[in-house]
Ligand binder design. Structure first.
Ligand code: CTP
Ligand code: MG
Length: 243
């Protein structure tokens, strides 16, 4: 895969409500380096990403521009655009900027959507998922890890409590991480054809009828969501070299 055909979209426009920091989550520092910059470090170190488009809220543009300045990500080019109210809106906004830039030249290109909040994702995982997406025959690939808890489905029950409605077979369940990587034409088509709420990028591609491959994920690709996750990330960082 030619690196100039691998484009990362990095959603970073969230506020980080559950983390509860005084700055947007992407700008929260882990051992002195912002989560967003660490996520970009990992993408650049993979050596397979040609450019990264960071998607932020309007209010963050100045601060993010300043944070990006002075970093050296080698041949990986980094640009910034404005996102939307929900994560899916942010990805859609980034995709529009990317496709406008590429014009008709989308064949053979892939897009890697990677949360800024998954800041310790190993470069090797980025390479693995890109390689799986490029190899086909599936339209894309996502990193997954086994689920350790038993998962229940629930529905509203009597007296305002929830009632358990089922227990899916845990052996068939996986938690999904990022980067989620897709053939760009399939991703664009999925965005054109599928509407409605989605919680990850692959579900849109699946609903459009494409096949998505699942490749082994990595615990270090955890998403920083709560203060507990940040504490865990600090532990992970202490035990090994950064990408
Ligand atoms: N994200 C985004 N645009 C939004 C919402 C989220 O680009 N409107 C990004 C976040 O910045 C993050 C990723 O999507 O990198 C995953 O979202 P999540 O972990 O939920 O982050 P936040 O929405 O910031 O956190 P919270 O839900 O706790 O507010
Ligand atoms: Mg959120």
């Amino acid at each position: 895969m030619r690196t100039d055909r691998v484009h990362a979209l990095v959603p970073a426009a969230g506020t980080g409500t559950r983390l509860g920091a005084s700055v947007p989550k992407a700008l929260v520092e882990l051992d002195g380096r912002a989560l967003l910059l660490r996520a970009l470090d990992g993408l650049a170190a993979s050596g397979v990403v040609g450019d990264a488009l960071v998607i932020v809220s309007g209010g963050m543009l100045g601060e993010v521009d300043a944070a990006l300045r002075g970093n050296d990500w080698g041949p990986m080019r980094v640009a910034v655009c404005r996102g939307g109210a929900e994560r899916a809106d942010s990805v859609r906004a980034g995709l529009r900027v990317l496709t406008d830039r590429l014009g008709d030249g989308r064949e053979g290109h892939v897009v890697a959507v990677h949360d800024a909040a998954r800041c310790l994702t190993p470069p090797g995982l980025v390479r693995d998922v890109v390689a799986a997406a490029v190899a086909g025959p599936a339209a894309g690939a996502v990193p997954v890890v086994p689920v350790t808890d038993t998962v229940k489905t629930v529905a509203p029950g009597p007296g305002g409590t929830e009632t358990v409605t089922g227990t899916p077979d845990r052996a068939t369940l996986r938690a999904v991480q990022t980067p989620q990587v897709f053939a760009l034409p399939a991703f664009v088509e999925a965005h054109e054809r599928v509407t409605g709420p989605v919680t990850d990028d692959a579900s849109l591609v699946e609903r459009a009828g494409f096949t998505v491959a699942a490749v082994p994920g990595d615990p270090r690709a955890l998403k920083i969501t709560t203060p507990t996750d940040l504490a865990l990330a600090r532990v992970l960082l202490g035990g090994e070299e950064t990408p």
